[in-house]
Ligand binder design. Structure first.
Ligand SMILES: C[S@@+](CC[C@H](N)C(=O)[O-])C[C@H]1O[C@@H](n2cnc3c(N)ncnc32)[C@H](O)[C@@H]1O
Length: 325
């Protein structure tokens, strides 16, 4: 614990370090600094430079104090990784040797009740990762039934979305829905008798969070930027926690990379090459020690020597599996 702020256990640390293989004088971007677990290990492994980005102002100010000792080897940026190119050009950097993305929320966010990310604590409905004006309170209390149902279905993959949306609207007629527990009780009522392994509110809360923070578009933008930011041989490493995110990463790799073998034979038609197309998952012992790691999916590719060939308009959010309402 640090100033009573919950700590975050970094996921798949060994796998990330092995792929990234930090070297002196190289520069890496950690797009999702969080508690700085991955960044700290990277900085401790070699005399390298890390640009640590996080959209959450709380995370940012915490890390400013915590990691002073790294001096100018660590550059902190408070902002969204969807604007990667802008962020690094503002600090005079054009190319880097790796881009790392560890998606989702940190335990610091999840376990700080007043942030409203978790149905396990009673708190105002919020879930904003940054200073977004709209919060989940606005979505729940202002959106039309059909839009609510679509958000819960598309972003949460919740099969009972229509019933949940209907019950939210019914409840709203009586009084505004203010708290996580109020929302969770409506969801539980809507899913009565269907309580299996995961909590009935998991999918709806996750869907609302992903929609509110525009998380899929953020991911898509960062993937696209990586083509122009990575040096030849540079690594793009992504850990996702949700099938919607993983689908986008998987398809991005599918459409934009070739095998290492083809690349070594001189094929430079695409901007990335892969050593394996298979997803890497946490070991059983990591899952036992840190159950939050259980849904982690890691994928990675390397930048080829191909000139920047894929201009933005050759990418397509929907083709890569993105969803929008
Ligand atoms: C899973 S945590 C990262 C944990 C970190 N790797 C560690 O070891 O401590 C994800 C972090 O990414 C941040 N984040 C999520 N989406 C973001 C985005 N689009 N831009 C910048 N930061 C983002 C969240 O605020 C959160 O702090």
């Amino acid at each position: 614990m640090d100033n009573n702020i919950p700590t975050h256990k970094s996921v798949m640390m060994n796998e990330v370090l092995e792929i990234l293989n930090p070297k002196s004088n190289e520069t890496y971007i950690d797009c999702t600094l969080g508690a700085g677990g991955h960044t700290r290990k990277i900085l401790d492994s070699a005399d390298c430079h890390v640009i640590g980005i996080d959209r959450d102002p709380m995370v940012f100010s915490l890390n400013q104090d915590r990691y002073k000792s790294y001096g100018d080897r660590l550059t902190l940026i408070n902002g969204r990784f969807g604007e990667l190119t802008n962020h690094i050009s503002k600090i005079g950097i054009k190319k880097v040797d790796a881009i790392f993305i560890d998606l989702g929320v940190s335990s610091m966010q999840l376990d700080t009740p007043e942030r409203g990310f978790s149905f396990r604590y009673d708190a105002p409905l919020d879930m904003r990762m940054d200073d977004n004006k709209t919060s989940v309170f606005d979505i729940i209390n202002k959106y039309k039934e059909e839009d609510l149902a679509n958000i819960i279905y598309l972003f949460g993959e919740e099969r009972k979305s229509r019933r949940i949306a209907k019950n939210i609207i019914e409840q709203r007629k009586i009084k505004k829905i203010q708290t996580t527990f109020e929302l969770s009780n409506i969801i539980k009522k809507s899913k009565a008798g269907k309580y299996h392994k995961i909590h009935p509110s998991t999918k709806t809360f996750q869907g609302l969070r992903i929609y509110l923070n525009d998380e899929l578009k953020e991911l898509y933008s960062a993937l696209i930027s990586s083509e122009s930011i990575l040096n030849e041989g540079g690594k793009l490493i992504v850990i996702s926690f949700h099938s919607l995110e993983d689908r986008i990463v998987k398809n991005f790799i599918k459409y934009n990379s070739i095998s290492e073998k083809k690349y070594s034979l001189g094929n430079t038609e695409l901007p990335f090459y892969y050593k394996t197309k298979r997803v890497t998952k946490p070991t059983k012992s990591e899952i036992k020690e840190n159950p939050r790691s259980r849904s982690a999916h890691l994928r990675y590719v390397y930048r080829t020597s191909a000139q920047e060939i894929l201009k933005n308009n050759s990418h397509n959010f929907i083709k890569y599996g993105g969803v929008s309402v």
